[in-house]
Design a protein around this ligand. Structure first.
Ligand SMILES: O=C(O)CCC(=O)C(=O)O
Ligand SMILES: NCCCC(=O)O
Length: 468
């Protein structure tokens, strides 16, 4: 029996499309909702009661195979029975009805929940965790951790001066900081005030919002197929690493941390080689800069490893997570990254035990059902199917990438208009699929996606290319 059959005996065997998408019920509900809630980004209204496994069901009863999964956030498929069991447990009821201010009043079972859950999959070298609320929040907490750590080091771990204590209340130096966080071109690290300054994927995310004047470095633009452009790609990565090093060295103030996604996702599914990430690690170590790896989108097993950077043999100082884990936060190495005093890295909730319980169940299921192997093997199969389609539509399906990276597969179309047309055609044929960057199509199925789902996806993508 396949993994999806074990979990979801009633999962549809194929997409079922009865109406246009959005259909009449979706449209009516969107109109109603739009009177009180912004619906401008809505594709359709979802019936989460009837969505099951790898199929998302809309308000009109259309059932689409889902390879987008709430922007890469559904790990175990819709209405997974093991998650429902956790949802109905006594532990969950207590966690939900008594939401704690965790840093002040941690619960009797929080250590166990973290130990058996998130910490059991902590990446190599990072054995402590700080829990947060969203990916942006996790990244901003990681920035604060790095900034406070570097500032403490600079003042020799001495107490704050009177001048620091007074100037900070006026938002002035030296109590505030002129240290900076460096990110890469086309990066996406979130939309809050600090994280947005490190996000560089699309102008629309950033317009009208005050920003920190923080530095950036170029991210490699690799050419595909990789085996035909080895020398060019190596030179491109070296160019980017050189620019990174020069920026850190020449920037007028101290670069406290560099943040990087192991695959730039929202910015276009831009991949780089292990050597590039090893190069960042070498430079940041040598120049005393904290390295933060943002696994918000890439983490949680979709790459065939729990964390995508494990493909690169790199140990950062901090790694952030959210999305598929359903619980956000960051893992870290140095105890000093937790802050030197209480109430510095702090908010009322500091996480949420109900989310930590869900993360624990997701992790237990990943282990029990060996879902990393499924992502690796099914991902390889998916890549081979798409490779055949890219040969058939060689002028239209470009830059197929993500070989050996499980489900983290993407390709481009020649224009944004054609890309959008392809996404729309796929929906009409029963496949929910996502775009990224200007011309990219990204695949982000759940970890329970199997070969039979790949066959359906490939035949829909093939047919959709035939129509555009
Ligand atoms: O656009 C957003 O805020 C969420 C995005 C995200 O992580 C993505 O689209 O990859
Ligand atoms: N970053 C936006 C993701 C939403 C979408 O394009 O589907």
């Amino acid at each position: 029996m396949s993994i999806s059959e074990t979990y979801f005996p009633t999962e549809p065997s194929a997409p079922e499309i009865k109406t246009a998408i959005p259909g009449p019920v979706s449209k009516a509900k969107l109109e109603e909702l739009s009177t009180v809630y912004d619906t401008k980004a809505a594709y359709f209204v979802t019936d989460y009661y009837n969505s099951i496994g790898n199929y998302i069901c809309d308000a009109d009863g259309n059932k689409l195979l889902d390879s987008y999964c709430q922007i890469s956030s559904i790990a175990l498929g819709y209405n997974n029975p093991e998650l429902l069991k956790t949802a109905h447990s006594d532990e969950m009821a207590v966690a939900l009805c008594n939401r704690p201010a965790l840093a002040c009043f941690p619960s009797t079972d929080y250590y166990d929940i973290l130990k058996k859950g998130l910490l059991s999959v902590a990446p190599k070298g990072l054995d402590k965790v700080c829990t947060a609320h969203t990916g942006s929040d996790a990244n901003e907490m990681a920035f604060k951790a790095a900034l406070m750590f570097q500032a403490n080091k600079k003042r020799g771990n001495k107490p704050f001066t009177e001048e620091e204590l007074t100037s900070v209340m006026e938002n002035q130096l030296p109590g505030t900081s002129d240290m900076v966080i460096l990110s890469f071109e086309k990066a996406f690290h979130g939309r809050l005030f600090g994280s947005l300054s490190t996000t560089r994927s699309k102008a629309i995310h950033k317009l009208d919002i005050p920003a920190f004047d923080w530095p950036k470095a170029p991210f490699p633009a690799l050419k595909y197929p990789l085996d035909q452009f080895e020398a060019e790609n190596k030179a491109e990565e070296e160019r980017c690493l050189k620019a990174l090093e020069e920026t850190i060295k020449n920037y007028p103030s101290k670069v406290a941390a560099v943040i990087v996604e192991p695959v730039q996702s929202e910015g276009g599914d831009n991949h780089a080689s292990p050597a590039f990430f090893q190069g960042i690690r070498e430079i940041t170590k040598r120049l005393d800069v904290i390295m933060i790896i943002d696994e918000v989108q890439t983490g949680g097993g979709g790459s065939g490893k729990m964390w995508l950077h494990e493909h690169y043999d790199v140990v950062p100082d901090i790694m952030t997570f959210s999305k598929k884990m359903q619980n956000a936060g960051f893992f870290f190495s140095e105890a000093g990254l937790a802050g030197d005093q209480p109430f510095r890295q702090f908010n009322t909730w500091c996480g949420d035990p109900s989310k930590a319980l869900i993360a624990k169940t997701i992790i237990e299921q990943i282990k029990e059902k060996d879902l990393l192997t499924n992502a690796k093997e099914t991902g390889d199969y998916l890549y081979s199917k798409l490779e055949a389609i890219s040969t058939k539509y060689s002028g239209k399906m470009l830059n197929l990438r993500g070989k050996g990276r499980g489900f983290f597969i993407a390709f481009d179309l020649p224009t944004t208009a054609l890309r959008n047309q392809l996404l729309a055609e796929c929906k009409v044929l029963g496949l929910n699929i996502g775009g990224c960057g200007d011309m990219g199509v990204r695949l982000r199925p759940a970890l329970v996606f199997g070969k039979k789902h790949v066959d359906i996806l490939a035949s829909i993508v093939d047919e959709a290319f035939g129509k555009i």
